[in-house]
Design a protein around this ligand. Sequence first.
Ligand code: AMP
Length: 286
Amino acid sequence: MTSSTSLVPIKTSKDLRLLRQDWRNPVGLVPTMGALHEGHLQLIRHAAHYAEEVVVSIFVNPTQFAANEDLESYPKSLASDIEMAQLAGATQIFAPNVTDLYPNGFSTYVVPSGPLVERWEGRSRPHFFRGVCTVVCKLFQIIQPTFAIFGQKDFQQLQVVRQMVSDLDFQIEIQAFPTVREEDGLAMSSRNSYLDSEERKVAPLLYKTLQQAAAIIQNKPKQNLEVLSQTLTSQLNAAPQIKIDYLSFVDAESLQPVSQFNGNVCLMVAAFVGNTRLIDNLLIQT
Ligand code: AMP
């Protein structure tokens, strides 16, 4: 459903709950932190294919940021986000304030544990998945979507949310959407706007290296992936501005490191390009 008038964002969970009573299922949810780019818009278009109501949440969630991270400087563009989301098919924008989702006295968090969160983003950003699971759980409770769409760009987040939905018995279908990239291969991200022109030039090297790894494995599926990951890490660290946080071949279900190709591997990378931390991944499957 499209209309010529601009969507008015829903600002409180109370208002959303009231409006929700009149929405017909299926209701699709696309959770975002705003600063929308083409990657987000493709998720919204996808949701609009399947749902009469497409809710885009725009909320920079403070509980998933550590004190030394970019909460304060995270890009914000609510007015243009609303316009872009609406053009892509959003029928509702939920843009609550921090105090609406986290009022004074808030003290209950959803804290994932176990092998899915022990490594990678979970190790580098120990607060991160607690914040993500808490806010996603709250959005699910408030909006009660039929399905929610998450990008494969944040592959570990997608798996952690799937696990939470299963563990906590949410009757919500989780859909994964493939990573949307710039023409030179760089995964689209709101944080790409932090890159200066030199950093922007080297950043596509991350994806090029993932592709190179996939080609190597296709040619020589039996080689040791730990050795290969070390070689690729050194290669990337030798590039100007790039500092690898982790680069690892993991089983695409369990996210545990693998040393042999098993037909369903994800190569995950996190790196600083200058001061900007970027993540990317590539599924390598037979
Ligand atoms: P964010 O606003 O960065 O929290 O992202 C909101 C949602 O959009 C998450 O499910 C992300 O995985 C997804 N997303 C972000 N960037 C991309 C991209 N380049 N391609 C596909 N999905 C993305």
